[in-house]
Design a binder for this molecule. Structure first.
Ligand code: SAM
Length: 207
């Protein structure tokens, strides 16, 4: 049986030969660029821009998406960069299954979906997958990109503070390293310029 999430995202990816830029997300670059390489988990990896960038820095990456089309494009990008040995691509609908293991970096970049998605439960599982000393980085839209198709009136996005609360982290075991909504200038899929707001949560597991 094909679930709604798989159907939606497969259709989305099949509409275009490429949906995303292929570049790593700027907040990830800013946060992870100076970290020592280790094991990383990329949740909702899409076409692999982040996974390939991390692998290029020496990380061993597990990259997960619900869309087989996205994963095959990501695998092709990894191969083109000669980094396929550093990335384990896994298809999961995170509503139903989650990759095993613990990771020095767990990254969820725009893991947002207009179809039914148990966001809180998945983000809590993401926190459990962080190794001692490791970092969980969640970046989400703080507002719809000006060029995106979205419903009107559109739902309110959770603030970084609300996302942190959802994680329900044990006090004393985690340190908050980033919590905020920086703005940045970006280019849309058809070359449009616009201002984006990123909601950022970065928490480090201390024990
Ligand atoms: C907005 S895109 C972001 C892609 C990528 N992280 C990026 O920043 O370019 C959201 C991604 O999450 C994936 N996704 C959505 N729902 C999912 C689910 N239930 N399980 C796994 N992946 C899912 C989609 O297929 C899509 O690739």
């Amino acid at each position: 049986m094909t679930d709604e999430a798989e159907r939606f995202w497969e259709e989305r990816y099949q509409e275009r030969d490429r949906v995303w830029s292929g570049k790593a997300n700027p907040v990830l670059v800013d946060v992870a660029g100076s970290l020592p390489a280790g094991a990383a988990l990329d949740l909702g990896c899409g076409e692999g821009g982040d996974a390939v960038w991390l692998a290029g820095l020496g990380w061993q990456v597990t990259a997960v998406d619900v869309s087989a089309t996205a994963l095959s494009r990501a695998a092709a990008a990894a191969e083109a960069a000669g980094l396929e040995a550093r990335i384990d691509f896994q298809r999961h609908d995170l509503a139903h299954s989650f990759p095993s293991g613990v990771f020095d970096l767990v990254s969820a970049q725009f893991l947002q979906s207009p179809v039914e998605f148990p966001r809180d439960r998945v983000l809590q599982a993401a926190a459990r997958a962080v190794a001692s000393g490791g970092l969980l980085l969640i970046v989400e839209h703080g507002a719809f990109p000006p060029w995106s198709r979205h419903p009107e009136p559109h739902p309110r996005f959770p603030t970084p503070e609300e996302t942190l609360a959802v994680l329900d982290l044990s006090p004393g075991q985690w340190r908050t390293e980033r919590l905020g909504s920086p703005k940045r200038e970006a280019t849309g899929p058809d070359g449009q310029r616009g201002t984006l707001i990123d909601n950022v949560v970065a928490v480090r597991r201390l024990t």
